[in-house]
Write a new protein. Structure first.
Length: 165
């Protein structure tokens, strides 16, 4: 389901990925992107899985899926837009579909919860592009912007010359 869910509120916390799944907020137990090319992205989890992620509160530069070694967490291959999760985020961009954003405590972000996972509301995919990641492989990144949601105590975002403006 794309968009808001009944009985789920911004700021609601969940102790585990299983609890997110059971509530329908983010169905995959491991993958960070839920969705397909046909339907768009339902949700993403920002939890420190990719070194190239950047979290500015109301703006997230989210690294797509693929090419990462599960043991070392290093990027070992280029990412592709044909990956179902990446394709889902492209569809959300093209169709203007909102994406539910969940932040996990594992993230290095100051906007992450102290423990577990927190639903941080609907974001829109405002742009996307590829870049050379910190591990030397091509990654796809998606700029997500909060849609009329509180910033969870974030300080205002300063306009910068970021590659996704």
């Amino acid at each position: 389901m794309i968009g808001e869910l009944p009985d789920i509120v911004v700021g609601q916390t969940f102790p585990s990925r299983r609890a997110l799944h059971d509530a329908g907020v983010h169905r995959p137990l491991q993958a960070g992107i839920c969705g397909t090319k046909q339907t768009g992205a339902e949700s993403i989890v920002v939890s420190g899985g990719y070194k190239d992620d950047e979290d500015y509160g109301a703006v997230i530069i989210y690294t797509g899926h693929g090419g990462r070694d599960p043991e070392t967490q290093k990027q070992i291959a280029n990412q592709s837009l044909t990956d179902p999760g990446n394709a889902a985020l492209v569809t959300s961009y093209l169709e203007g579909f909102p994406v539910r954003v969940v932040r996990g405590a594992q993230s290095r972000s100051p906007y992450a919860p102290a423990e577990g996972y927190r639903y941080d509301g609907l974001f829109s995919v405002s742009s996307f592009g590829s870049t050379m990641g910190v591990d030397g492989f091509l990654v796809w990144q998606f700029r997500l912007e909060a849609k009329n949601q509180p910033e969870q105590g974030a300080t205002p975002i300063q306009k910068t010359t970021h590659r996704f403006q």
